[in-house]
Design a protein around this ligand. Structure first.
Ligand code: FES
Length: 206
């Protein structure tokens, strides 16, 4: 018996129907579970196990392998700093240190107030605009340590409900990899990924 609301159950059925084997839907369903609770709880992972036919241990092994699945509660702002090779060569480690200092939160942790979570991440695919930073998966390219500190101060003082990549790029970014051209329309309202096709867009259709 599922604990999910009827609309989420419908979405789960629809997602499972896309695959020849329900087990293959484990990742989209983990995103649904994450949206339900804000992170992957034991109950949420158990729910996914029930829907897909995996054991809870199998679901947990998937959830803990991929960095975008979170098994702990996050802060309102998840600040991710790339420290892979291109970003490292252009100061990614210094940007990470600046973020850790400005927020008081070391990599992999969340503050007691649940305002900031900080993490270093592998290549974000924005190497041409290194060093790359994300807030709630909204990208900022070419940031410096000073800009990263200013970004954290701004988040702390303004507490924007929605963060937008174009806005943050203009305020706290530097050299872009290329002109992205199409303006963002959805933006991020939470620290978990908003994937429309999986029905995880915050505030959107499930
Ligand atoms: S190495 Fe940082 S975005 Fe690719």
């Amino acid at each position: 018996m599922s604990l999910w609301p009827a609309d989420v159950q419908e979405r789960a059925k629809e997602l499972i129907g896309r695959y020849p084997d329900p087990k293959s839907a484990v990742m989209p369903l983990l995103y649904l579970a994450m949206r339900q609770d804000g992170y992957l709880t034991e109950a949420g992972m158990g729910e996914v196990a029930g829907w897909t036919g995996h054991t809870p241990a199998q679901v947990q092994s998937v959830a803990t392998f991929y960095g975008m699945f979170k098994t702990e509660p996050l802060g309102q702002y998840l600040v991710s700093v790339c420290t892979s090779i291109s970003c490292m060569l252009l100061g990614g480690d210094d940007v990470l240190e600046a973020v850790e200092e400005a927020t008081g939160v070391p990599h992999g942790e969340t503050d007691a107030e649940r305002l900031f979570s900080v993490e270093h991440v592998e290549c974000l695919g924005a190497c041409g605009g290194a060093p790359a930073v994300q807030v709630n998966y909204e990208l900022i390219e070419g940031s410096t340590p000073d800009q990263a500190r200013a970004l954290c101060r701004w988040l702390q003082d303004e507490r924007p409900e929605v963060v937008n990549t174009d806005d943050m790029q203009e305020r706290f970014g530097g050299r872009r990899s290329f002109d992205w051209a199409i303006a963002e329309s959805e933006n991020a309202v939470g620290p978990y990924p908003a994937f429309g096709p999986y029905g995880t867009t915050p505030g959107g259709e499930v």
